[in-house]
Design a protein around this ligand. Structure first.
Ligand code: GLC
Length: 413
């Protein structure tokens, strides 16, 4: 059976490859994650007071967009409203629990979209469907759903062209609950026909395919599995979102950061199967991205610049490597992603034992003409025997270690 051709918005989304997720809201001031209202059982009357101190004085959308851009991220998905119900955008009177009515008195989504447009980054809107503020969520669900649609209509009509909507929370009600998804997505298609529609399927149903209007499946905090698109009614993209530590919203006492090698390898693992990697930052209460997170993101940018540019247009390949090694293909070439290489140097400074030398790849069904590293252009030796290929993966020159090194393979015509 055939694999459907992706619609252009979906193909574009897939080629963006790497995005920044931002969880920011009045909860960020507590430094205790975005679920703090629910988990610490803060009464609503107490919680809403956080709006009075929410100055967002260091929420510098331009600086954020520049950071994302420098990191090689092509889109930013920002929480326009999280489960606490507070809106970072001007709700135009729908509800006064929004940024313009808070201490900051600004429309942060306006600033965000303008900054993204200036930097050439696609702005995407996270929008919670599960909500703790509007009581109708529990007491009069159809009324709540109307509020949800009206909110989305505002987001789709007040900010020019947007990249898409990313919903989250349908997993909170029993399966079979009618979220009137068709009506919701119709609002988006009517005003923003090129926008991507995502609805996070949560931790228990990673990769699940939902409503026919959905454009991408999600793999929250997981590892994306290869998509079997044969016979699907439409081509779906895939996206995996990850926290850098254990919280989406700022967690000031959360030191459990992933390592940079882990994040680089995760980006690679996503692209191996054609999925996007949406990496989260949780700005502090005043809106600043924590230094630690900013530094990590900048380093991701260094990796992409040196050897990873191919992560955008490279498509999954039939060529298989050993261990974590794999291949992508683009422009008639193959790109081999080689993990775990050692740094070359002297026994006095370099700990030996890393993987150097010939790496094996199979199912290489064309004749290889040349092999070279993408970062420094060094030509590499190889041996090919039918569909079997061994490439001589020399180590990193003393002075660098990119964690995953990418080799470009050219084929005979
Ligand atoms: C979960 C959480 C939510 C977070 C989201 C991001 O659904 O409920 O707080 O925004 O994951 O994927």
């Amino acid at each position: 059976m055939a694999i459907p051709i992706p619609e252009s918005r979906i193909a574009r989304f897939e080629n963006m490859g790497f995005g920044m997720f931002i969880h920011y809201g009045i909860y960020s001031q507590l430094g205790c994650g975005e679920w703090v209202m629910d988990i610490a059982q803060i009464p609503k009357e107490e919680y809403v007071k956080l709006a009075d101190t929410f100055t967002a004085k260091d929420f510098d959308a331009k600086a954020i967009a520049r950071t994302a851009k420098a990191a090689g991220m092509n889109y930013i998905t920002l929480t326009t409203k999280h489960h606490d119900g507070f809106c970072l955008y001007d709700t135009k009177g729908l509800c006064d629990y929004d940024a313009p009515h808070s201490a900051c008195g600004r429309d942060l989504i306006r600033e965000f979209v303008d900054a993204c447009n200036e930097e050439g980054i696609m702005p995407m809107f996270y929008h919670a469907t599960l909500e703790w503020y509007h009581e109708e969520f529990e007491t009069d669900f159809p009324k709540y759903l109307q509020y949800l649609r009206d909110s989305v209509e505002i987001l789709c009509t007040q900010y020019g062209k947007i990249g898409g909507l990313w919903f989250d929370g349908n997993w909170s009600k029993p399966a079979g609950t009618d979220w009137e998804e068709d009506k919701l997505y119709e609002v988006i298609r009517r005003h923003q026909p090129d926008a991507i529609i995502v609805n996070n399927t949560g931790l228990d149903a990673r990769g699940a395919v939902g409503n026919p209007e959905i454009d991408s499946v999600t793999f929250e905090q997981g590892r994306p599995s290869p998509m079997d698109r044969e016979g699907m009614p439409k081509y779906l993209a895939a996206e995996m979102c990850h926290t850098m530590n254990d919280h989406w919203g700022f967690g000031k006492c959360d030191l459990n950061y992933k390592s940079l090698p882990d994040m680089i390898e995760t980006l690679c693992a996503c692209r191996k199967v054609g999925a996007n990697y949406l990496l989260n930052v949780g700005p502090e209460g005043d809106g600043k991205i924590p230094d630690m997170q900013k530094t990590m993101i900048e380093a991701m940018g260094t990796w992409i610049k040196e050897c990873g540019n191919i992560i955008y247009e490279g498509k999954p390949s039939k060529i298989e490597g050993e261990y974590k090694n794999f291949a992508l293909e683009a422009n008639g070439k193959a790109y081999l992603f080689i993990h775990g290489l050692n740094v070359l140097g002297s026994a006095h400074v370099i700990v030996a034992g890393g993987g150097l030398g010939y790496k094996y790849f199979k199912k290489v069904n064309r004749k290889v003409k040349s092999a070279k590293w993408t970062d420094n252009g060094e030509n590499l030796e190889f041996v090919q025997n039918g569909e079997h290929l061994w490439v001589n993966a020399t180590g990193f020159p003393y002075g660098c270690n990119f964690v995953v090194r990418v080799m470009e393979i050219e084929f005979e015509d």
